[in-house]
Design a protein around this ligand. Sequence first.
Ligand code: C2O
Ligand code: CU
Length: 559
Amino acid sequence: MFRLPVALWALYALLLVVVVSGRPAHLAKQVSHFDLNVTESLGAPDCHERVIRYVNGVYPAPAITVNTGDRLRVTIRNRLESESISIHFHGVKQTGTPWSDGTSHISQNAIPPGKDMTLEFHVRDQAGTFLYHAHNAMQELSIFGALIVQDQKEDRKHFKYDGERTLVLSDYWHNSSIAQEQGLLGTPFKWIGDPQSILTNGITQFANCSTSGKLSPKAPNGGYAVTTVEKGKTYRFRIINAATLGFFRFDIPGHKMTVIEADGTLVEPRAIDHLEINAGQRYSVLITASSPSDKDYWMSTQAMWRPKSAPNGWSILRYSNSSKESTAPAHGIPPTSLPPKGPEISGWMDRHLVPLHKVRIPAPTGPTMQLNFSQINTGPVGANTVRWKIGRQSYVLPNQAMLLQHYNGTIKDMDPASKPIYVHKNRVVDILLQARVGTLNGVCEQHPFHLHGHSFWDLGGGNGTWNPTMRPDTKHAVIRDTLTVYPSPSAYFETPQPEGTGCGWRRLRFVADNPGAWMLHCHIVAHLVMGMATTFLVAPNDIPPLPANFPDWMTGGIH
Ligand code: C2O
Ligand code: CU
């Protein structure tokens, strides 16, 4: 974890009493109060200095740990200079509290600088590894932290382990997200490029640390996150991908990984050689510390499905005699090269996993909703203005949050590019996500799709164009909240294809049992900003009334 300089931290501590604490395991089903104080100042998580966002003085945001069944009350204090924010609890269904989803423009209006907001919700019938992150335009993953929902009784019934460790993986650019957004939405379109760094628990060392002119005096050598283990013990590693772009391959040399959880669903234990995890996804793996303990093991994270990866996604697995996790970064010298990636194979992880508890998958109760997506050129002829279209159009965020427009009765007057898809209560919805080659470069990309307010069955996918003879894969139908549409047949390393060519597809199924306004979107933040989203208004007549005093900052706020 990367910390604010001591002086700033002391000043900050004087100003506010911080409350971030989990409840002891035996006190389930109670209110846990969390205070998230969001600030910004210069930091250098990879030794290159820029303004970054801290929550309660640390980067990334502190882990929140609760028990399944708990009620959370989270107060978010926006102490940024000029940006409005909201905080989303990714994967938490928000059953009965659609206004607490923390999604700007959809479930609420963003919190202006200087203002506070309290979200209340229950974590019902859910347990496992989650994350929380900002959810306002390009700032999305500039604030991120782990959210761990314990269900010790259930977990210990199936698995044996002595301790837990959390690894939050993320990607990091040296320019600001504002500059990135201007490039993406501008004419001519300018892509954000690959990240300079891949961070583990918020730190790494940038390749040119020692030569970089912008070297920060605060973190002259950057550093590598250290995860300590005791010889002979077994650990549950909770691995969270909080990247804005990266589909990661994660390796631990000298140790076997056994997957037991995917996005809050327990799976039959499966030994894997390496982990593949997309942006917004989480896995738990069991690791036994049974290798020689006199040396460090370099864990690595690298991007897949892109032309190249930042080479510095390293962190250290270290044997120690103390059961306490040390958080001080290390400054060793990592291996000179990442483990060889081998060929990228669509769905390698997905095809390994089988849910631990078999649940009956209901049949769809309506026609399949096919959502085609591709890049489009929206500018005047010859000008290069690029957006992602999904379904009928490229999504445009409404100025007034959609849920608030539902209460005000103005949804019917919304711009067609912002309008939701209406879904009846308890409809079993099948969505077929179909990628197509767009206008940009003839290349297919991977897309991590995330649904708010519901989990879904990932019913598998395939290459090219879907056709009705392709049946859902129910054997590997793990309930999750983020899945991958794999790029095939024309990923970056293959021959570009003509516009319109099928680029891979995937099917998901969900039961629309949570009345509210919910987003389905690509978790690559650049794609989301370019319109790769759609929204559902689920059972509008059953949306519960808005709590009194719910803030509406539309007219005073900054968007
Ligand atoms: Cu993790 Cu809509 O986001
Ligand atoms: Cu995408």
